[in-house]
Design a protein around this ligand. Structure first.
Ligand code: NAI
Ligand code: NA
Length: 396
């Protein structure tokens, strides 16, 4: 079929298999040009199909020749209806990994469920024995609790008082003022339940109980901090409470890994266009200014550049891992540079519908958004008929 983008608000309902494949190939090539990493050999990535999780899987496999198991929640194709992007990304990843002689198998299902956890544990037991790295990279608006069956929803709201600021509709380029009402009722607890560290700990506890964690095992989850500008809706909002919980959970997990000399870390990553971040108000305007400044200063990175740097310059240096005073690994260091933030602050004041196309990288935002779904990818012929019914070769 011929597949075209069909967007509804912050999501795109279609995805292009060739474009997704090209994105994955570009990431693999990037990792190959950066040279070998003396890294992990057996890796589980939870949230492995898009964004930072996919980049982590690619970096493990093609940087360090790791066997990888990827867990994710993606929509398979049906005749005439393309799969979701993460499905096609995984098809391309597995094909390339297998060609390179690397073990790569995948599990599609709800990572918050006991069923998927048990399935993953069985697969690790059967095929890998012990693993040396777990990347925890889920971004989800909902979580069904595995014991109670209660469904929790996360929200993106400020706490205590409403927050007004500028935002941009990246489809139209219209800059407008928005006001977000503060969290009410159980909003904070619910968001912490979905996006905090509870599920991460359940995974590591379950793997540990089955003796599936190798000596010196490490596990990494991803967090975000960002500037003062976005604090009310991000770091000091409901999602920030969840990130506080995730960061605190790293210490709790590390405590449980003492006997195998294992460690849990949170890595604070850069703001990037992903399916998760386009849904947060104010952030798209911030990202479009951030991209502009970071590209001008030649320090712009995407997910793959970020994770390559995380592995090569933070996790697998052969030396002690550098952290901030709160124990977090920082690869948002370039985003948070004083000169970068000062420039954004100034641009922010002047950002209007009229000025943004020149003072911000709205075009870059727009392209990155479509790229997530395999559209507007250089080198792909979108007039060609493509097979939408691709299978993931080693889907369990
Ligand atoms: P993403 O939306 O690209 O990836 C989410 C992944 O989780 C996908 O593989 C998806 O299939 C999987 N997933 C979602 N619900 C699932 C479920 N119930 N069961 C199994 N798999 C499920 O998101 P992104 O941006 O890569 O986020 C990953 C982590 O990185 C999140 O913790 C996010 O907060 C963090 N982060 C994101 C930043 C950004 O700017 N995008 C910046 C810093 C941190
Ligand atoms: Na991810």
């Amino acid at each position: 079929m011929i597949i075209e983008p069909r967007t509804r608000g912050f999501i795109c309902l279609t995805a292009h298999p060739k474009g997704c494949e090209q994105n994955v190939l570009n990431q693999i090539n990037y990792i190959k040009t950066k040279g070998a990493i003396d890294g992990p050999k057996k890796v589980l990535v939870i949230g492995a199909s898009t964004g930072f999780g996919l980049a982590s899987r690619i970096t493990s496999a093609f940087g360090s020749e790791a066997a990888t198991i990827g867990v994710f929640l993606e929509k398979p194709p049906t005749p005439g209806r393309p799969a979701s992007a993460g499905w096609y990304n995984t098809v391309a990843f597995e094909n390339k990994a297998h060609e390179a002689g690397l073990y790569a198998k995948s599990i599609n299902g709800d990572a918050f469920s006991n069923e998927i956890r048990a399935k993953t544990i069985d697969l690790i037991k059967k095929d890998l024995g012990q693993i040396d790295l777990v990347i925890y990279s889920l971004a989800s608006p909902v979580r069904v609790h595995p014991e109670t069956g209660t469904k929790y929803k996360s929200v993106l709201k400020p706490i205590d008082r409403s927050f007004s600021n500028k935002t941009v509709d990246f489809h139209t380029g219209k800059v407008s003022e928005i006001s977000i009402e503060p969290a009410t009722g159980d909003d904070i607890e619910n968001t912490v339940t979905v996006m905090g560290g509870d599920d991460w700990q359940l995974w590591i506890d379950a793997l540990k109980k089955e003796a599936l964690l190798a000596p010196q095992f490490q596990t990494i989850a991803y967090s975000y901090i960002g500037p003062k500008l976005t604090e009310p809706v991000y770091r000091k909002g409901t999602i920030g409470r969840a990130k506080d919980h995730l960061e605190a959970t790293a210490f709790k997990i590390t405590d449980t890994l003492k006997d195998i000399n294992g460690k849990a870390y949170v890595s604070v990553n850069k703001a990037l266009v992903t399916q998760a971040s386009s849904a947060i108000p104010v952030i798209p305007l911030y990202i479009s200014l951030l991209y502009k400044i970071m590209k001008e200063k030649e320090i712009h990175e995407g997910c793959i550049e970020q994770i390559q740097r995380l592995f090569k310059e933070r996790l697998y240096t052969g030396k002690q891992i550098d952290t901030d005073p709160e124990g977090r690994i920082r690869i948002d260091d370039w985003e948070m540079r004083e000169d970068v933030q000062a420039a954004i602050k100034e641009l922010w004041e002047n950002a209007t519908t009229e000025t943004l196309p020149s003072i911000g990288d709205l075009q870059g935002y727009h392209t990155d958004f479509f790229n997530l779904f395999g559209f507007k990818v250089p080198g792909v012929d979108y007039d060609q008929d493509v097979d939408e019914m691709l299978e993931i070769p080693e889907l369990q």
